[in-house]
Design a protein around this ligand. Sequence first.
Ligand code: RTP
Ligand code: MG
Length: 168
Amino acid sequence: MIEYTFAMIKPDAVGGKKSGNIVAMIENSGFEILRMHKIHLTEEAAEEFYAEHKDKPFFREMVNFICSGPVIILALAKENAVQAWRDLIGATDPKKAAAGTVRALFGTNVGENAVHGSDSVASAERELSMFFIDEEEFDEENDNASDDEELAFCDEEECEDDETCCRN
Ligand code: RTP
Ligand code: MG
């Protein structure tokens, strides 16, 4: 079954000009990129994103790091996407990550580890809905995509009432 997951290229990798290499790995591994944006997280958004870690000693450090520069966020689709992306990124600590994984190739240390990946289907749902539309809309796009070549070019909000829009 096609599954969705959330990926983030962290400030160390964006600043180090590794984004292109990482996106190439994503595509070469068979993921569909449904959304991709370069954004700069606010402290508030970072705290919400990392809420599960709020009691950890490194919480403030990780919030500061993820806000230290732009990140690239992606919505990815693939069979078993959550596990597939976790496998591709490797262990949290780049020194322990398997050879050839994103973190082994581009991570520096446990904090500056190049990428984020949702750790479960439930986390993926939460993280995707924090940054993107709901997963049902990805499903609808998938269903419509084959007979709608212009889909990628319309603006969801502006086109809502436009009968000539490819979505309507
Ligand atoms: P991520 O959420 O970024 O994909 O990483 P992960 O699942 O492999 O690891 P997780 O346990 O969720 O930790 C989230 C992020 O916290 C930072 N961290 N720092 N200083 C430390 O000991 C420490 N441990 C974890 C890492 O940046 C990790 O990605
Ligand atoms: Mg995690």
